[in-house]
Design a protein around this ligand. Structure first.
Ligand code: PLZ
Length: 455
């Protein structure tokens, strides 16, 4: 039985106006959420799902407050977006100032400084000290598409290589690039052509930590089935997100990047989920000193406002003709103001180091849980991007049913957790970096209770 009371003497800290405590004042979902869920079913397309049947009213730090007044522990950050916290103070101030000044002019009509400042910040922060250029968009998928456009113009080639378990988005080209059929692709074809899939390094399932050997296998696959002379770009998430928080073996990414360099192939890192301090470095590529030709970012860049970017080598980015890249809203002034404030927060508040602390705390607890629970096949990830892969004890057979059951029980206890993985058997944790340690511990206590109760 999970204790749902709070110690009466300890008044929790408040972040962004939200008390940093878990508290359930109704069952979940409560009556207001249930009523809203009915309206949702009647008004919103059935294809738009929700992880929890709970409607948000307010959020800050490590807590989401629902419309019934329940305080939930946030271990999801709205899928790795609110890295600096929800309604983070600098972001709120910057957006309020900007919304009062002007909301939109379209950068392609009358430009504004915020867009240029975000481009400068990205050129400074992304891996490598070569000359760079940036273009801004609205969503991760849109930025991935534009990275492919740049790579095709720059190389004069067509083909794109992606990997097993990859996730790159839901638009037509990015659906082709995404691996998993259900729910992302099923029934939505035909898909864009000239997209080829190569084998990933997945140590838990490959049984090898030999990254260069895994890269050689992928390269052999690409050379024999695509051909470097046809290949514009290799696009890879340095740590896969939706595919299961898969960290390739050391040496895999550097070997791929080196092969791309030698073969006039653009190496594109999709850092949409891993970027902006999430993994305990500003970008996940930094862990191994990998310098991509193009870096795609979104999510954590905007503190919750929709913004994405392609940043890359000036000589590649500048091959595209004027007017070839853009969009009505790309680099919207509010999103740019939010991004500058989010980046300032990451740097001023030492959030890269904070992500490493979160990793130590979470991995320590999860490794101890795994030590006497054979259903936990692996604990993995970096920074505040940590996962456990659940399997049938003593095997690597995915246990999606258990994963679903554990997530649902955590939800009922007031903890927002997400699942992922091609086989749906990975529980993932993406807490905002503004979360207090006590809430991380409490979230993991609940996870431990839930795992024990499902034995
Ligand atoms: N690349 C690596 O993680 C988005 C999608 C969830 P958009 N991941 C969450 C869902 O069910 O839609 C993502 C990502 C990586 C690209 C994207 C796409 O980013 O902003 O959702 O388009």
């Amino acid at each position: 039985m999970i204790d749902q009371t709070v110690a009466p003497d300890a008044r929790p800290a408040t972040v962004s106006g939200v008390e940093q405590r878990r508290a359930l004042v109704t069952e979940l979902p409560g009556p207001r959420s249930r009523a809203l869920m009915e309206r949702k079913s009647a008004a919103v397309a059935a294809g738009v799902g929700t992880t929890m049947p709970v409607f948000a009213a307010q959020a800050g730090g490590g807590v989401v407050v629902d419309v019934d007044g329940n305080h939930l522990i946030d271990l999801g950050s709205g899928i790795a977006v609110t890295t600096v916290g929800n309604s983070a103070p600098r972001v709120v101030q910057a957006v309020q100032d900007q919304v009062a000044a002007f909301t939109h002019t379209c950068f392609m009509v009358t430009p504004y400084e915020g867009y240029v400042a975000v481009a400068e910040a990205l050129n400074r922060l992304t891996p490598g000290d070569h000359a760079k250029r940036t273009a801004l968009f609205n969503s991760g998928a849109e930025a991935v598409e534009n990275a492919v456009k740049v790579a095709r113009v720059a190389t004069g080639k067509d083909a794109v290589v992606v990997f097993d378990h990859a996730y790159h988005g839901r638009t037509n080209l990015t659906m082709a690039m995404t691996a998993k059929n259900m729910p992302y692709k099923h029934g939505f074809g035909p898909f864009a052509s000239e997209v080829y899939r190569a084998p990933l390094s997945y140590p838990f399932r490959d049984g090898t930590l030999d990254g260069p050997a895994a890269a050689a296998r992928a390269i052999e696959h690409v050379e024999s089935q695509v051909g470097a002379t046809n290949l514009a770009a290799v696009v890879i998430e340095p740590i896969q997100g939706e595919g299961g928080f898969i960290t390739p073996a050391p040496g895999f990414l550097p070997a791929l990047a080196a092969w791309c360099r030698d073969n006039d192939v653009v190496f594109v890192a999709d850092e949409v989920q891993t970027g902006f301090a999430r993994t305990g470095d500003m970008f996940a590529c930094d862990h191994e000193g990998v310098v991509p030709d193009l870096v795609v970012t979104a999510k954590g860049i905007g503190g919750g406002l929709p913004l994405s970017a392609v940043t890359g080598r000036a000589e590649l980015m500048d091959t595209v003709h004027a007017g070839g890249l853009g969009g009505t809203y790309g680099g919207n002034p509010l999103a740019c103001a939010a991004a500058l404030a989010a980046i300032e927060t990451i740097e001023a508040d030492g959030l890269v180091e904070r992500a490493r602390e979160v990793e130590r705390l979470m991995k320590d607890r999860l490794h101890r849980l795994a030590a006497d629970d054979a259903r936990i096949g692996e604990v993995r990830g970096r920074g505040a991007m940590i996962a456990v892969e659940l399997v049938l004890p003593g095997t690597t057979t995915p246990d999606a049913a258990l994963t679903k059951e554990v997530a649902a029980a955590a939800h009922r206890a007031g903890v927002i957790v997400l699942t992922c993985g091609t086989h749906g058997n990975v529980l993932r944790f993406l807490p905002p970096l503004a979360i207090p340690d006590e809430l991380l511990h409490e979230g993991l206590d609940i996870l431990a209770d839930v795992l024990a109760s499902t034995r």
